[in-house]
Design a protein around this ligand. Structure first.
Ligand code: HEC
Ligand code: HEC
Length: 159
């Protein structure tokens, strides 16, 4: 009887020790979520690069992820692959536009995504933390004789 009690104590002490050891072992590396609906980024883009880019876009536009990304109605969780929100499609168009501007008009140093590092334009050049930047004349410089030809505040004509 005494021996049995002793054994139980020993076994439970061992169990506690092994639990503690397990807790300190490095956790199994979790593989990052699969990217399943990429149309403008390279398909093999590393997850952390895409994730960083998403942070940069959000900051450039002054928005959260939900500005472009929809939630799954059933689960209530974010569904990043979904194209339900038109803003996401608009962002793809903006990305293509930005890349075209740089390719055609700037001799720019680009990163692996074709985004500009040294010169040229990126999302923030136009957006500056605003989702819908307005085309407007500079406030300071209306010289003598009033607004410049074309009318104050008018965006440049043409497409
Ligand atoms: C301005 C719009 C915009 C914002 C803000 C934005 N995203 Fe995205 N996101 C996109 C677009 C566009 C794509 C698709 C890119 C493509 O087609 O190659 C995308 C793709 C993704 C994907 C890949 C989904 C898949 O499997 O195809 C993830 C994950 C993601 N975004 C996460 C985020 C997170 C997290 C945030 C907030 C920090 C965020 N996004 C903010 C526009 C946005
Ligand atoms: C050359 C200037 C310029 C650049 C560069 C630019 N944008 Fe825009 N973007 C605009 C303007 C101007 C608007 C507002 C259009 C409007 O309100 O009608 C806009 C609107 C948007 C919208 C809102 C569209 C909608 O339908 O609500 C999104 C999303 C967006 N831009 C994402 C981006 C992203 C992401 C980048 C970088 C990849 C980017 N933009 C780069 C000028 C730019």
């Amino acid at each position: 009887m005494h021996l049995k009690k002793h054994l139980i104590v020993t076994v439970s002490v061992l169990a506690v020790i092994s639990l503690c050891v397990a807790a300190t072992l490095p956790q199994q590396q979790q593989s990052p979520p699969k990217l399943v609906n990429l149309k403008v980024f390279p398909k093999n883009i590393p997850y952390r690069v895409l994730d960083h880019q998403m942070d940069v876009w959000s900051a450039s536009l002054g928005v959260r992820c939900t500005f472009c990304h929809a939630r799954n109605e059933q689960t209530g969780k974010m569904d990043f692959a979904s194209d339900a929100k038109p803003e996401k499609t608009a962002a793809r168009h903006m990305f293509v536009m930005t890349a075209k501007i740089n390719k055609k008009f700037f001799e720019a140093k680009k990163d692996t995504l074709g985004m500009v590092l040294a010169s040229g334009v990126n999302c923030n050049t136009c957006h500056h933390g605003v989702s819908h930047p307005k085309a407007k004349e500079p406030e300071e410089h209306h010289g003598p004789g009033g607004p410049p030809p074309g009318g104050a505040g008018a965006p440049p004509s043409g497409k």
